[in-house]
Write a protein that binds this ligand. Structure first.
Ligand code: HSE
Length: 376
């Protein structure tokens, strides 16, 4: 039952325009107002630069938040719920940071906050996780949650090009942001991992506590090493919950060539969940983009009347998950006690947690460190 719902759209960038395009074409959901940044951008009767006109409008049932950033998005979401509105958001950073507070407000105020578009763009990943949980406990997940880095890794692998060359190319084509930090250093995947933990396990860590390592230091020789050993490098977020402790990491990972994640190319996302009776299930598709992300937001809007909610609690201290790592560009000395093998070009560690490994990584003179988990 979407017909009859009245929407306030917060933000009219790439995703907001996609949402308007889909809703206007449907014709059964009214976009009453659209928030623009500044008065000079107010070009239609339904647009305003004053958020109060949306948040205080009693005729708006749902706000669709696609502004991005922590503030004022967080304040607007809280105000909207307190004013009796449901929320659909694509803002992974804001939600991953404030999900405990927002989930509590949903419970107290009997409102919904849907966030499919925050994770995996158009892929119905959060929906599927919640669907699985109607029967099963989800025990673990892993996936490629960031399209920009997957695009860079794919191009580097196929063209034997350097990270800097491919990043510049991706920026020129609009695939990568001018400030690529969130993507290449793994923070974007970290927010998506945190939100997947919320949906899959009902536990959320502080994003700042999640051990995270990006792809900034990668070089063609690392991809060569992986290829020679029958592997492909992907930036993987991996979470697990044993009923007691939660583990979550974001780190480049050498997956086997036959692994389904290895066949996720370019800017696509791909994720796998493991649960008690279904076993392993795999999902892939467009992880970003105007209409795929807007599709997820409109799906969330249509699902507002359906009674699913998630119960989330802080995870407490994260568990340490030991793994073997390939490390290049780091000083040998600080890594000595963790080293199992030195190939000359790189070292392979003993099983060690990413938290512990990061404490021992000191760049060699003039080098960037690259580390990748070697999946067992
Ligand atoms: N920067 C993100 C990515 C956009 O590259 O996947 C979608 O969340």
């Amino acid at each position: 039952m979407a017909p009859g719902l009245r929407v306030g759209l917060l933000g009219y960038g790439v995703v907001g325009r996609g949402v308007a395009q889909i809703l206007d074409a449907r014709g059964d959901v009214e976009i009453r107002k659209i928030l623009r940044h500044t008065p000079d951008k107010v070009t239609e009767a339904r647009m305003t630069a004053n958020a109060d006109e949306i948040l205080d409008d009693p005729d708006i049932d749902v706000i669709i938040e696609c502004m991005g950033g922590l503030e004022p998005a967080h304040t607007y979401v809280m105000r909207a719920m307190q004013a009796g509105k449901h929320v659909v958001t694509a803002n992974k950073k804001m939600l991953a940071t404030h999900i405990i507070e927002i989930a509590a407000a949903c419970e107290t105020l009997d409102k919904k906050c849907r966030f499919e578009a925050c994770v995996g763009g158009g892929i119905p990943w959060i929906h599927e996780i919640l669907h699985i949980r109607r029967i099963d406990a989800v025990t673990s997940f892993r996936g490629i949650f960031n399209g920009t880095t997957n695009y860079i890794l794919t191009r580097m692998t196929e063209e034997h090009a350097s990270f800097a060359e491919v990043l510049a190319q991706a920026q020129a084509m609009g695939f990568a942001e001018q400030d690529p930090t969130d993507d290449v250093d793994g923070f974007d995947a970290r927010y998506k991992g945190v939100l997947t933990c919320a949906a899959a396990f009902g536990r959320v860590p502080d994003p700042e506590e999640v051990p995270t390592f990006g792809i900034r230091g990668i070089a063609p020789c690392d991809l060569d090493y992986a290829r020679v050993h029958g592997r492909v490098i992907k930036l993987v977020a991996r979470g697990s919950f044993d009923g007691g402790r939660l583990a979550l990491t974001v780190v480049p990972t050498m997956v086997r060539e036959k692994d389904p994640l290895a066949s996720v190319h370019d800017n696509f996302n791909g994720m796998e969940a493991e649960s008690t009776t279904l076993g392993r299930s795999f999902y892939a598709g467009q992880g970003a983009g105007s209409l795929p992300t807007a599709h997820a937001m409109v799906q969330d809007l249509l699902s507002i009347p359906h009674p699913y909610s998630i119960d989330v609690h802080p995870s407490g201290k994260l568990a340490k998950r030991p793994a073997v790592y390939y490390v290049r560009g780091a000083k040998r000395g600080p890594l000595a006690e963790l080293t199992a093998q030195d190939t000359g070009a790189a070292i392979l560690t003993k099983p060690v947690s990413l938290q512990e490994l990061k404490e021992h990584l000191v760049p060699e003179e003039g080098q960037k460190v690259f580390a990748a988990e070697i999946e067992s």
